[in-house]
Write a protein that binds this ligand. Structure first.
Ligand SMILES: CC(C)(COP(=O)(O)OP(=O)(O)OC[C@H]1O[C@@H](n2cnc3c(N)ncnc32)[C@H](O)[C@@H]1OP(=O)(O)O)[C@@H](O)C(=O)NCCC(=O)NCCS
Length: 179
């Protein structure tokens, strides 16, 4: 099959509802997660829409042939203004294995640097093996693990962090995140 041409764009009206749908459907099919997961995704996605600030938050939609095939979010941590959270990474199975997941994570890291964040943190589950590989490749380190029962499953949650270099002296951060 010829390689697909992928383009990335910001979210438009209708995309966030689609993201909730795809997250719930893919995790149900591939990992057996129940509706509690859809509820969590809907909360995260709604918070993004309601509190969206383009200087510190971003959603990327990946498209192939004008069809959405992936997405990811980078948002400001609610309690730690210089920390960003990477959330809701997903690539449709038709577009996997060609580097799109890594591309989306790299976009997050680049935006976080430009925005002036000092750290990116993310929460994932131990059985999401492909995601783990992507985070390791991007330089994230596993900092915490905990067993929990969520989404109808016994899971091991993991927190991964990536520390970003502060901008050189004299180069202002354009972000409101530095206080
Ligand atoms: C995780 C996910 C985004 C990866 O998307 P992708 O476009 O296939 O990612 P990439 O092609 O950039 O890289 C995947 C890497 O994982 C590896 N990989 C794939 N499946 C794997 C598995 N089961 N175990 C270990 N590694 C695996 C690939 O070989 C590749 O590594 P490489 O670059 O060294 O060859 C996609 O599989 C997905 O959406 N999964 C379901 C949702 C999910 O897990 N999201 C993460 C939430 S924390």
């Amino acid at each position: 099959m010829a390689p697909q041409t992928i383009t990335l764009r910001p979210h438009h009206p209708g995309d966030i509802g689609w993201i909730i749908h795809r997250q719930a459907a893919v995790y149900a099919e591939e990992y057996g997660y129940n509706n509690d997961f859809e509820a969590l995704v809907a909360q995260v996605a709604t918070h993004f829409l309601v509190h969206y600030n383009p200087a510190r938050d971003r959603c990327w939609i990946a498209e192939a042939d004008d069809q959405p095939v992936g997405h990811v979010f980078l948002v400001q941590h609610p309690d730690q203004p210089t920390t960003a959270k990477l959330r809701l990474l997903l690539v449709e199975s038709s577009a996997r294995g060609t580097g799109l997941g890594s591309m989306l994570v790299n976009e997050c890291v680049q935006f976080a640097r430009e925005a002036g964040y000092l750290k990116i943190t993310l929460w994932t589950q131990s059985d999401l093996h492909a995601a783990r590989k992507i985070y390791q490749k991007a330089g994230f380190h596993l900092v915490h693990e905990e067993r929990h029962e969520s989404f109808g499953k016994q899971l091991i949650g993991q927190t991964w962090d990536l520390y970003l270099d502060p901008p050189p002296p004299g180069e202002p951060s354009h972000l409101s995140v530095r206080e």
